[in-house]
Design a binder for this molecule. Structure first.
Ligand code: F6R
Length: 607
């Protein structure tokens, strides 16, 4: 989603601002812009589309100035045009904004009635006018911002530039993250530490309601009641190196290939291999008191939660509710004492998931957060932080975060089972052994990359594709369909294989490829029966199974993809690989923008 960077520098900053934006590109955006102060005036350059267009603007008309702000915009209010691109500016003030100002209509009417003229259709521009209006009356930038912030409803991260104070920026956050970076005689603002990685590793994370005055010498931070506060400076550990594509053509492919290593890395925090035991990074959390689990997440993270529901119920015999985060609060969920909410989120910032977390907390639930960004808002607000160690995920389509989430959730379910007296030493040892096999099995699954590439054309020409699975492979079918639609733009649906004959089977004809996920195991026979129902109606099946499964049921399929034979516990992790690779190769065959698919954002910080 939108990205922010601000620099108070020693030299001209435009080039470094654009470099920062480049590092934020992965979040998804459709226009971009930069503003600096030069010769006592605010100047800006903006462009719709990719950053290359902004760079052309800057080449044509360079932007000097040692203090500046920049933004990548993912359109919410108003089309992705140059006029709607940030920074929004008046003569006195320029600002960039992530989030949504929910009361912007009322504010805009109020400002228009006072004669202010708007240039854009955005919600953001009201903030520029509100601050500017006060500054024009002679009120200091600091007091102007302090007066305006309480008037804004919704979610925001802001970085504001003032013509009258060229050596200062003001930042603010509520609902959308913002960090301060401390350099050598320079200070920065960024929507995440990644944007600032080439500039500094010394980062302070603003808390909800904080705002900050940034100068070259440092930062003065205030809480929502305007009291000066200290926020610790941490070393982010994010380096420029981490986000190179290496030898891969796309970030997505690199991240698919990283899975054996990052899953192993993640499991290391949750397994004690020497003792054959599962463990948690926070050992003193009282798991025995948990009577019910509610899982809430969005998109791919939600599908990881769907798989985990099987594990929690099977191992720990604890009832599990699961909701898409955007729906959770609106069905008046009943939450009782002894309830644990598990939020699952790669970014740890997804607005709907965060709102669900806060709602559950207000209803007395304990909160566990399975997140990939340990400094994220969810990580900071949870009682029990369960990090995935996937490293930065840059491809918009989530891959390695998913398999790492599964690894954490399987280990967590086992911990809960043990705390509930449902897992004896022998069963625990077995479980640890199977989980520990996951990295090697993921590696073995990657070996089929070329054969998946070779059959991708069978899917690339389709208009519609179905994915079928049963049990924990049903969420995998949903995940496969999501991956395919988001990066190849082919319409795809995932179904529980047994549900086909209750309606969707009417869609079957020889133009709809049906991808069947059927690892050997207790549900294999039933899945194959459903697959045969499809074949009997002329459906073209691609079977993904292990060698035994392909031998038993591969005949009559248009293609088969052979996976290593694995224990059912780790099958959802291993079968994620072929669905990711299939979507990837189909997208490459279709020539789409794999890493930044149209209309999508990486971290969805608006509801
Ligand atoms: C799909 C995808 C999205 C995210 C979803 C939740 O490939 O990436 O569906 O899974 O937006 O994001 P997080 O996990 O950051 O909360």
């Amino acid at each position: 989603m939108c990205g922010i960077i601000g620099i108070i520098g020693k030299d001209d900053v435009a080039e470094r601002l654009v470099e920062g934006l480049r590092r934020l590109e992965y979040r998804g955006y459709d226009s971009a812009g930069v503003a600096t102060i030069h010769d006592g005036a605010i100047e800006r350059r903006r462009a719709e589309g990719k950053l290359a267009n902004l760079v052309k603007e800057l080449d044509r008309d360079p932007l000097p100035g040692t203090t500046g702000i920049a933004h990548t915009r993912w359109a919410t209010h108003g089309a992705p045009t140059t006029n709607n691109a940030h920074p929004h500016a008046t003569k006195e003030v320029a600002l960039v904004h992530n989030g949504i100002i929910e009361n912007f209509k009322a504010l805009r009417e109020e400002l228009t009635a006072r004669g202010r003229v708007f240039d854009s259709e955005t919600d953001t521009e009201v903030v520029a006018h509100l601050v500017s209006e006060l500054v024009e009356q002679g009120i200091s930038p600091k007091d102007a911002v302090a007066q305006v912030l309480p008037r804004l409803h919704g979610a925001f991260a802001l970085a504001i530039l003032f013509r009258s104070s060229p050596d200062m920026l003001i930042g603010a956050r509520l609902g959308s993250p913002l960090v301060v970076g401390y350099g050598d005689g320079e200070t920065y603002l960024g929507s995440d530490a990644l944007a600032l990685a080439p500039l500094t590793q010394r980062i302070a994370y603003l808390e909800e309601g904080d705002w900050v005055i940034v100068t070259a010498g440092g930062a003065e931070i205030f809480d929502r009641d305007n009291n000066p506060v200290e926020r610790p400076i941490t070393i982010s550990g994010v380096t420029g190196e981490l986000i190179s594509k290496g030898n891969h053509r796309h970030y997505m492919l690199k991240e698919i290939y990283e899975q054996p290593v990052v899953v192993a890395q993640t499991l290391r925090s949750y397994l004690r291999r020497m003792e054959d035991q599962v463990s948690l990074p926070v050992p003193d959390f009282d798991l025995g008191a948990i009577r019910r689990v509610t899982i809430v997440a969005c998109g791919t993270s939600y599908y990881a939660g769907m798989v985990a529901k099987y594990w929690f119920e099977q191992f720990a015999r604890v009832p599990v509710d699961i909701d898409v985060a955007s729906e959770f609060r609106y069905r008046a969920p009943v939450m009782e004492d002894g309830g644990l909410m598990i939020v699952i989120s790669q970014s740890g910032e997804t607005a709907d998931t965060l709102a669900a977390l806060r709602h559950a907390r207000s209803e007395g639930q304990k909160i566990a957060a399975v997140v990939n960004v340990p400094t994220s808002t969810m990580a900071r607000e949870a009682d029990l932080l369960l990090p995935t160690h996937a490293g930065p995920e840059i491809g918009v389509a989530s891959t390695k975060a998913f398999t790492c989430q599964l690894a954490v959730l399987a280990a967590f379910a086992a911990n809960l089972a043990r705390a509930k007296g449902r897992l004896d030493g022998k069963a625990e040892k077995e479980l640890v052994r199977h989980l520990a096999e996951a990295p090697a099995a993921l590696n073995a699954a990657l070996a089929y990359d070329e054969s998946i590439e070779a059959m991708a054309h069978l899917v690339a020409g389709a208009r519609d594709v179905l994915y079928l699975g049963r049990g924990p492979d049903y969420p995998l079918a949903l995940e496969g369909a999501l991956k395919l639609k988001e990066i190849s733009y082919i319409h795809a649906e995932g179904y529980a294989a047994g549900e086909m004959k209750h309606g969707p089977i009417a869609l079957i004809d020889d133009k709809v490829p049906v991808i069947v996920l059927a690892p050997s195991g207790p549900l294999f026979e039933k899945t194959v029966s459903n697959m045969q129902e499809v074949q009997a109606r002329g459906g073209k099946v691609v079977l993904i199974s292990d060698y035994d499964g392909v031998q038993a049921a591969g005949e009559g399929c248009i293609a088969t993809i052979t996976m290593p034979k694995v224990h059912p516990l780790i099958a959802p992790m291993v079968y994620a690989v072929p669905v990711q690779l299939l979507a990837y190769h189909v997208a490459v065959a279709k020539g789409t923008d794999v890493d930044q698919p149209r209309n999508l954002a990486k971290s969805v910080t608006v509801e």
